[in-house]
Design a protein around this ligand. Sequence first.
Ligand code: SF4
Length: 468
Amino acid sequence: MRYAAIMNDRYRAAARSGIGAVMGSKMLKAIVVKGTNDIEVADIEAYMEYVKRWHEKMLSHPFTPNRVKYGTTNLIELMQKIGRLPTYNLRQGIFNDYYKIGGETIYRKYLIKPVADFACLQRCGRYTAVYNEPYRCMGGGPEYETLCSLGSRCGISNIEAILYGNWLCNNLGLDSISAGGTISWAMECYELGLISRDELDGLDLRFGNEEAMIELLIKIAYRKGIGNLLAEGSWRAAKKIGRGTERYVMHVKGQEIASQEPRAQKSMGLAAATAARGADHLYGFPVLDEVGFEEEIKERFGSQYLPEIANKLNPRYKGYMVKECEDYMVVIESVGVCKYGTQIPPVFYYDDIVDALRVTCGMDVNVKRLKLIGERIVNLNRAFNVREGISRKDDSLPERLTKVPAPIGPAKGHVVELDQMLDEYYRCRGWNLKTGKPTYEKLVSLGLKDIAEDLLKRGLLVRKASGG
Ligand code: SF4
């Protein structure tokens, strides 16, 4: 199936864009890594001092206690409050039954223990259990993303069914975001009469039908009946079915949009559109305006951009913000640090990474150099995509989000002003405004002359930025 996950540490999923399917296509079942040697650090005393400082900084942030208590599950409550909780296939960002599927319910009734990745004091992972039939299960998760994808997005408020769906996704190796995105698309098409009950193997696929959702997850994993088509993902399935179903696919570059209603947070809309691997909230992860980290925004981006940059409903300066966040996030991925702690709460920034690299690896890099590395990685990603035919036309969002105003909630009346934000983003990147491609000069200035020459030879690059 197309959106297969690579499962690791039993319940953790590297799932987006179906990299498990890539392993499957190579007949690769698993990779086992076992280490026996000690891990050495460059300066053990400075390292221990650094870890202590890092812990103190993290523990003293007001966001941390709730992260330990709820993991990411209470984002359901937080996102409901700002109208950013995708509901009914992103028709709206408000789910009336949100409290039934939120962090408080899970904490009180289903949580066995918080789970941490090695030595992490945030412990955002969950270990939960449902003791009742028919959804008896026990295992890792859920995350906010799954609660939303299999919950509000599908109009489902039966938390035990959602936990069981999460358990199924983990055990069957499905990306729960794409699974929920595909099922909610099918639900909307069914309700609109665009897909018939016969085509759905007799399933009454209304929004809110948890039994149908569970059955579909199994059918998808085993490619049985309608599951064979839905295992292709909503974008490919809609192309095959036609009949106007394409209009209801909530995707970017063929990948289902994750659990962010971008009409209620414009930066997330832009970040989904520009992410290198299709809709991906983690590529730029611009969450600083989400719950108003004004101080950190001021520190990172400059007070001259306030108040607009901190206003999640204002498209102004979001191009700049997303560009900066993308550059930073690819650095974070490269050094192997978790994105929580760097963005939400936004405790650590470039200075801290410079220190970490010095005490652990003995590397002597400064902030300027790290920023350059980040920008270079993003440009390299883009150059790869340009070679594969990607341009501005693909940095898009579904019309529902750019043309149809949010019907209720704090974002009522808002659409995503994508073109305006894209112009600003490309300008900040030094890319061509019309095509969204890096210019020859930009790539050369980043030390990527060989890449620039290659794209030029293929006729995929222009040499001067136009319109900006
Ligand atoms: S490392 Fe990150 S994902 Fe893992 S438990 Fe800590 S905060 Fe959560």
